[in-house]
Design a protein around this ligand. Structure first.
Ligand code: E4P
Length: 214
């Protein structure tokens, strides 16, 4: 399973990219708004840091508006992927964009049937939101499992991005289920990295090293 970072914060992207573990970035309007900066400027900067798919989301709700925004965003860099909401208009936009060779990520996916529609419209990626499904008492991971199974049975090459990741166990479960990608917030990356036994181990090694010199 590949790892993307789910943020529009340049410092967070730079840091985790330096760890060597990510090969893509996802953003959304809320994440961009949090940065208080120009949308295109942020996306351009991200594309200079990470050499992999960078999802930038459209705001329009009608297909024509989405396509217009998509072309504008796709012109920023060859790695830009257009994030489109899982609606009727979104599917129409995906159909057109995929024919024109523009990659898409269908977002706000909450069921396997939505994922199947997105894939058949030509989506490059689909993003089921695990955490937000858990929030309303559904199992986000069950939906991801269904999508992975269906795509596998039918040889669908749309990649599944496990999104709305809230904790390291979400990442592990998504990996075990065969999700192609997990897009992970910075806070979860740090939780994945740290372990008290690792800290204790380093402390003990250094102490033994120092004692041996005495
Ligand atoms: C996915 O691409 C979204 O940006 C993201 O995972 C949403 O997560 P949230 O539910 O934590 O906002």
């Amino acid at each position: 399973m590949k790892l993307f970072i789910d943020t529009a914060n340049i410092d967070e992207i730079r840091e985790v990219n330096d760890w060597g573990v990510i090969c893509g970035v996802t953003t959304n309007p809320s994440l961009i708004a949090k940065e208080g900066r120009d949308f295109k400027e942020v996306i351009t900067e991200i594309a200079k840091i990470v050499d992999g798919p960078i999802s930038a989301e459209v705001i329009s709700l009608d297909a024509d508006g989405m396509i217009k925004e998509a072309k504008d965003l796709a012109a920023i860099h060859r790695n830009i992927v257009i994030k489109v909401p899982m609606t009727k208009e979104g599917l129409k936009a995906v159909k057109v964009l995929s024919k024109e060779g523009i990659k898409t990520n269908v977002t706000l996916v909450f069921s396997a049937s939505q994922a199947l529609l997105a894939a058949r419209a030509g989506a490059t990626f689909v993003s089921p939101f695990a955490g937000r499904m858990d929030d309303i008492g559904n199992s986000g991971m069950d939906i991801i499992s269904d999508i992975v199974e269906i795509f596998d049975i039918h040889g669908i090459d749309t990649e599944v991005i496990a999104a709305s990741i809230r904790h390291p166990m979400h990442v592990i479960e998504a990996a075990k289920l065969g999700a192609h990608i997990a897009t992970i917030p910075y806070s979860v990356f740090t939780k994945m990295l740290n372990h008290p036994m690792t800290d204790k181990g380093i402390e003990r090694f250094l102490k033994d090293w120092e004692n041996a010199k005495k």
